[in-house]
Design a protein around this ligand. Structure first.
Ligand code: GLN
Length: 486
């Protein structure tokens, strides 16, 4: 079958379970597409490892001990540590690093039967909105290689959009699943904070980091999410003691009467007209399906930018102190004493954006500034979360754009990091509140680039989000559009 790479997770799983195709055949087909590393999406590929996993899947399929996703390929964002592949978090400081264990999310997807094609490029330590901050080079957008794929899970999104892999893992601290999914015309979901284990996910900002799947449809995302979530209490202190759900069981529930809140702050001046038009189009489709649009307000939306860019760097400056040349990763060659070794190792190993975040974080946490910045930001974070609870009194889900514009040209913001920060405005609020959020294709905007619709749900309402997204995807075909030459 030559079109295996175009099939969904669901279709591949069913072909494998019914033995119409073997896991080795599927893996071989996908590996063949990775030659030359299209879009610079992958950071590590090892066909021997992949084929060994595929052979093990075939054995389980033959013995009827297969998992639900047995033999279906996946690839992992390079912030998930893996035993069988190198893990770098997109940073020079971890060049060549091999973890002694697999992240829980990686382990759970393997238990469900998924076969790993390798590790995906990302912004260094997941800091970025364009995947231009990777120490291993930028990722290009399959819809237009002169444009960014979004970030920080840019390799994950580009690989899924280019049909290099049917689904991938991503992480979302302030939008890194939703925004690249939006820029690459695919679907991604970040669950409620605490639903997916952070064990083995290299920490950026621990109170915000959350893992989730990126695939082409809500249905495929639901298949992965059902395998990824669930308690991991011994290994992640913020893991929720809540059983994982079968998120596919609830798909296809009619959405007649669903109240979709439309925050007026998401449709203000900064929103580009092409994105607004596409989002409006998707909302009209929801209305045709019987949903009801309800005006709401999230009055502190604008504050989410300064609040996030205080809290996330503060946590990052603490989390990244472990990369000191002693325990793992890069160590400077020439140094006179321990302090000099720390300094040189970190100066050589970290990229500019990471250094900027560490310095910002150390500053906002320092004596004399802590109350003015960090503490203040935490108070406003609470208010942002309260604003959502207020909004959910009159609506079931919230909808709006994922980003103010379509994917921008590579290099466009090279000298202006704040421009990238500002583009996170619509994804940051749900992250700060710890709410589940997703992005799904909603047509195209300027330059023929994809536009994403964002759906935000209340805590633990992933099933409702996925169902709403699935219903829309049953009625429209934006999610099945693909870049030219595929
Ligand atoms: N763009 C945001 C940042 O740079 C979000 C990144 C993310 O979610 N990992 O921090």
């Amino acid at each position: 079958m030559s079109d295996l790479h175009t099939l969904s997770v669901k279709a591949l799983a069913s072909l494998l379970q019914t033995k119409q195709v073997s896991a080795v055949e599927v893996a071989t087909r996908f590996l063949a597409r990775l030659g030359g590393n299209p879009h610079n999406a992958f950071l590590d590929i090892d066909s021997e490892v992949t084929l060994a996993q595929a052979r093990a899947s075939d054995a389980k399929l033959a013995a009827a001990t297969a998992g639900p996703l047995e033999g279906v390929p996946v690839a992992h964002k390079d912030v998930f540590v893996t035993r069988d592949f190198v893990t770098t978090a997109g940073s020079k400081i971890l060049q060549g690093y091999r973890s002694p264990f697999d992240a829980t999310v990686v382990q759970r997807l393997a238990q469900a039967g998924m076969v790993s094609l390798g590790k995906l490029n990302c912004d260094e330590f997941a800091m970025g909105s364009a995947n231009e901050n990777s120490a291993y080079g930028a990722v290009t957008n399959p819809w237009d290689t002169a444009r960014v794929p979004g970030g920080s899970s840019g390799g994950s999104a580009a690989a899924v959009a280019a049909r290099l892999v049917p689904a991938a893992t991503g992480t979302d601290t302030g939008g890194s699943i939703r925004q690249p999914a939006s820029f690459c015309g695919i679907t991604g979901i970040k669950p409620t904070y605490g639903r997916a284990s952070r064990y083995g996910m290299i920490a950026y900002a621990s109170s915000l980091d959350q893992a989730g799947p990126i695939a082409r449809s809500a249905e495929d995302c639901a298949l992965l999410l059902s395998a990824m979530c669930g308690p991991d209490l011994d290994r992640d202190s913020t893991s929720l003691d809540m059983p994982c759900e079968d998120f596919n069981a609830g798909l296809n529930n009619p959405i007649e009467g669903l109240r979709i809140g439309i925050p007026k702050e998401f449709f203000g001046e900064g929103l580009h007209a092409d994105v607004r038009a596409a989002v409006d189009g998707a909302l009209r489709e929801f209305e045709k399906l019987g949903a009801q649009l309800v005006p709401i307000s999230l009055p502190r939306t604008e504050l989410s930018i300064p609040v996030y860019y205080i809290i996330a760097p503060a946590e990052a400056s603490s989390n990244l102190s472990r990369f000191d040349g002693v325990k793992f990763g890069h160590r400077a060659k020439d140094y006179v004493d321990l302090i000099d070794m720390y300094k040189k190792t970190r100066a050589e190993g970290f990229g500019n954006e990471v250094k900027r975040r560490i310095m910002t974080g150390a500053y906002v946490l320092s004596h004399g500034y802590y109350d003015a910045y960090y503490l203040q930001a935490q108070k406003i974070r609470r208010m942002i979360a309260d604003d959502f609870q207020n909004a959910f009194k009159t609506c079931d889900v919230i909808a709006g754009p994922v980003a103010p514009s379509v994917a921008w040209k590579m290099g466009e913001n090279a000298n202006d990091p704040v421009a990238d920060y500002l583009a996170d405005i619509f994804t940051l609020p749900a992250s700060l509140a710890g709410l589940p959020g997703m992005s799904l294709p909603a047509g195209f905007g300027a330059h023929g680039m994809p536009v994403g619709l964002q759906l935000i749900g209340n805590y633990f309402k992933e099933a409702q989000l996925l169902n709403a997204a699935h219903c829309l995807q049953q009625a429209t075909d934006w999610h099945s559009q693909k870049p030219k030459e595929i």
